[in-house]
Design a protein around this ligand. Structure first.
Ligand code: ZN
Length: 544
């Protein structure tokens, strides 16, 4: 799971709804998840021996092999490459060469060279080991385009062969999930219009949320991209030769010849006005040198064939990421292993247990079930994105994705939050499945996090597959537990830290309920004569 820092965890401690109903197994349920089995999976996957399951590490390979062995024991059909369970992916890890990043503004009157790390940040290039671009510069507001929201920051400007300067962030009035999607599409909007470089401008509003200095601290991390079978990096924006993140306090030279000053633009933002695009009448040179290294890491895929002669060619896809963030660089701590017990040994355990339930159920599902553990989630949903681009079954035959990521199994949750449930008919399946176990469906308590766009289902959503992703809610069954507080505390103290480990008070009984619900959701989808549909007014209905 990849979540931004939560501002105000206190918000999480307010219970959303009072629910006193006890979870009773539905009368017809012939199979149930088993607490001991969940525990056994989780304790292996989160063990120190696996060293935090970093993408490309030996520990993650062992985790993948464990999943393969379980799939094999269950009799699932291999659904990876060449008759195996493995879908082997090549990744390129790119890092910026020390001292190689340059950013020079030519105002006509003078050349201004900015200071790397203090005034501008620049990542490595995934394409070229050496890259340099010099071009005129155009300001394009937030750099957003959306017919639905009446946005076109490229109206009446030509950016072909030019470098665009865009404000970081997005207008406050955009809904969170749609806004997050548009935000992540900014480079694409620029690339599609022929731009050769992108400069993102830090803003005073952004400074309050995440100071430039903090971003600078995370600057050195290498970036990872997947490589297609013929060796091409995943981001199809090759014409963007240069990109940089610029502190607004260093941006003055860019606006040296402009009719509107940067201060005036920030004043417009304060008034929630949309700044208009215009040419800046300066030229910028950006250059850098990058080092490339190739690593390999697998997805693991297995299929339980459906029983219906027609529907068996369609698939319900379960996903859970098997990777985590590896060892910590923080040497001030004694424990250096980020075990990722909740993130996401728990989700993989639920996936394996769900597979067992489908296999052992009296009646096989009508549609086939595809179980997929994905790698490199923590590097940017890369394993899932690779599968969505190079699926081992036809993508249009995947009718839905049920994603399992970081169920926080630390309390007897009384409700679940189902990201994606408001966008498709899957919402009905979720409400029905949860209701069978006396669990309520709650509204998203932190829409500003746009979690719908932050886990492995999202690459499938972008390809048109309806998806749902459950999180344990903030209400606990008993008076003695405060679900929101426990969730918030997990997030504040253990998330992406060595203490996300099996010494946490893990409630495997809650894991049983969580698994049973996710099983029921998949079963309902698998047996429904109709495939799930996007709701006609959903923004995500037609992204591709
Ligand atoms: Zn994570």
């Amino acid at each position: 799971m990849r979540i931004r820092t939560l501002v105000g965890v206190a918000l999480l401690s307010t219970g959303l709804l009072a629910c006193t109903e006890q979870a009773a197994a539905p009368a017809h349920a012939a199979v149930s998840a088993d607490a001991k089995t969940l525990q056994a999976h989780l304790e292996f996957l989160a063990s120190d021996a696996l060293e935090g399951r970093d993408t490309g590490s030996r520990g993650h390979e062992i985790a993948a092999q464990y999943i393969v062995s379980e799939f094999k024991a269950l009799g699932l059909q291999p659904a990876g490459d060449d008759g195996t369970y493995y879908q082997r992916i090549k990744f390129r890890r790119s890092s910026l060469k020390e001292g190689s990043a340059n950013f020079i503004v030519d105002t006509g009157a003078e050349q201004v060279e900015l200071e790397f790390g203090k005034e501008f940040l620049m990542g490595p290039s995934a394409y070229a080991e050496k890259s340099e671009v010099t071009a005129p510069v155009v300001f394009v507001g937030y750099g957003l385009v959306s017919e639905e929201f009446g946005l076109n920051d490229y109206a009446n400007v030509d950016v072909d062969g030019k470098i665009v300067v865009m404000l970081s962030g997005r207008p406050a009035d955009l809904p969170s999930e749609e806004g997050a999607h548009l935000n992540s599409s900014k480079t694409r909007f620029a690339a599609e219009r022929g731009a050769v470089g992108v400069i993102s401008l830090h803003t005073p509003a952004r400074e309050e949320v995440r100071p430039f200095k903090v971003s600078a601290m995370y600057q050195r991390a290498p970036s990872v991209t997947w490589l297609s079978p013929d060796g091409e990096p995943n981001l199809a924006y090759k014409n963007i030769v240069g990109s940089a993140y610029l502190d607004y306090q260093a941006a003055e030279p860019l606006f040296a010849n402009a009719a509107i000053s940067l201060d005036e633009i920030f004043a417009q933002l304060e008034k929630e006005e949309q700044p208009k695009p215009f040419e800046l009448a300066v030229a910028v040179t950006m250059s850098r040198a990058s080092e490339h290294e190739e690593i390999s890491s697998p997805n693991v895929a297995g299929i339980l064939p459906g029983s219906d002669p027609d529907l068996k060619d369609e698939f319900v896809l379960y996903t859970a990421h098997s990777d985590h963030i590896g060892m910590t660089q923080d040497l001030s701590q004694d424990d250096h292993i980020n075990n990722g017990a909740m993130d996401n040994a728990s989700g993989v355990s639920v996936l394996l247990e769900t597979a067992r339930m489908f296999v052992e159920a009296e009646q096989a599902p009508k549609r086939s079930i595809l179980f997929l553990s994905v790698t490199a989630e923590e590097r940017g949903l890369l394993g899932a994105d690779y599968f969505a681009h190079f699926p081992t079954v036809p993508l249009q035959q995947i009718v839905a994705n049920v994603n399992l990521d970081m169920p926080v199994l630390l309390y007897d949750f009384a409700d679940v939050i189902a990201f994606g449930s408001t966008h498709s008919t899957l919402g009905e399946s979720v409400a029905e499945a949860a209701g069978q176990y006396g669990i309520e469906l709650s509204e998203d308590p932190m829409p500003e996090q746009a979690i719908f766009t932050r886990s492995d289902h999202y690459p499938f959503v972008k390809k048109g597959v309806p998806a749902v992703f459950l999180m344990t809610g903030f209400t606990a069954k008993g008076e003695e537990e405060n679900g929101g507080e426990i969730w918030g505390q997990f997030f504040a103290e253990h998330y992406h830290r060595p203490s996300d480990e099996t010494s946490l008070p893990i409630n495997y009984q809650a894991g049983v309920v969580f698994t049973n619900i996710n099983y029921e959701i998949g079963k309902t989808i698998a047996n429904d004569p109709d495939r799930p549909r996007w709701l006609p007014d959903s923004f995500f209905a037609d992204l591709d």
